[in-house]
Design a binder for this molecule. Structure first.
Ligand SMILES: [Zn+2]
Length: 343
């Protein structure tokens, strides 16, 4: 097998379900998981999920929150945190598998079996805060993974890039005070959860290590590529991350009704190629992408497939980054522009 790309695909992720309509539902992954399994059988290494250990989840979430969740585990009556975030009989176990699936790929990347990983998991995680679930998220999968990498492998320069349409408020909260995890987020402004303003830049030791780029609805490939091209270039040169973790949310796609941004399917291929290139240059190819949002099953499907294809492809042409005045305004006015030489 030439490929060094690993995937976590597991039908147990379909077990978290509620009878009332919810945008975050098993149908997001049912068909996609089957296609991925079939299409990449020969090209990628496939891993089943594993259960995250309690100690790994407690590195992010409070004991009180975990005890609260555990009380509802196995209980047939639904329990709701908010309008979107529900807990059914199998939800707690599915959430443990979502975090654990990411840890499995993190281990395989760190032991050198893999270069890149894609965790096709649910429920998503980046809204979950230390003390509560919200916005479809129960455990903050990417934060659990970053904490695990700090503890088990003593990494102290972890880059998290979040390109989901929504701000990853939970991830920001977990790492707000530390410089060992740099959180870069591009998300639509004035959208749930209404956090992630440019002047939220971290505190204490973490001051300057949260980079938020709220963008306008109507921003698409040109603006996103310009913004992330500039910011990632600067971050890679100055921070030298030891691994790149990605909150890969696909709800900024132009066919999604949940957001107003206009990303094309091809953009996900482009950003993946860009990240691969950076991972190759600065961190020995270590790149782990973790599924967050994406609620239109059709656009989610093609976008995830194009991402995995891009992980597998050696791209030789230089990625074109074209100037966008609208996007440049965001960098020009950014409070961290001189700290990270964003311009
Ligand atoms: Zn989202």
């Amino acid at each position: 097998m030439n490929s060094r790309v690993g995937l976590v695909v597991d039908d147990r992720y379909l077990h978290h379900a509620i009878s009332r309509p919810s945008q975050e539902n098993p149908e997001r992954l049912r068909r996609l998981a089957a296609i991925v399994r079939d299409r990449y059988r020969q090209k990628c290494r496939m891993y089943p999920a594993r259960t995250a250990e309690r100690v790994d989840i407690e590195a992010v979430h409070s004991r009180f929150y975990l005890d609260q969740l555990r009380q509802h585990a196995g209980n047939a009556d639904p329990f709701s945190y908010d309008r979107d975030t529900y807990l059914m009989e199998d939800s707690f176990f599915t959430a443990e598998l979502a975090a654990g699936g990411c840890l499995e790929l993190a281990d395989r990347i760190m032991d050198g079996t893999l270069d890149h990983g894609f965790a096709l998991i649910r429920p998503p995680g980046h809204h979950a805060e230390p003390g509560r679930g919200m916005g479809f998220c129960i455990f903050n999968n990417i934060s659990v993974t970053a904490q695990y990498l700090r503890r088990k492998y003593h990494l102290n320069r972890i880059l998290i890039l979040d390109f989901d349409a929504h701000h990853g408020n939970g991830t920001q909260e977990v790492f707000y005070d530390t410089d060992e995890v740099l959180v870069v987020s591009v998300h639509q402004r004035d959208l749930f959860p209404f956090t992630g303003k440019a002047d939220e830049t971290g505190s204490g030791q973490g001051d300057g290590y949260t980079i938020n780029m709220p963008v306008f609805a109507q921003f698409g490939d040109l603006e996103y590529t310009f913004l992330l091209g500039r910011v990632l270039q600067s971050v890679m040169e100055q921070y030298l991350p030891q691994i790149i973790l990605v909150s890969a949310g696909y709800d900024g796609h132009r066919d999604e009704t949940i957001s107003g941004t206009l990303l094309s399917t091809e953009w996900y291929s482009l950003i993946t190629a860009m990240l691969k290139q950076y991972a190759h240059e600065v961190c020995g190819d270590r790149l782990l992408m973790i599924l967050e949002g994406g609620y239109n099953p059709a656009s989610l499907e093609v976008s995830v497939l194009t991402t995995i294809d891009s992980l597998l492809t050696m791209r030789r042409d230089k990625i074109g980054i074209f100037y966008s005045e609208r996007a440049n305004q965001i960098l020009k006015n950014h409070p961290l522009r001189s700290c990270w030489t964003l311009q």
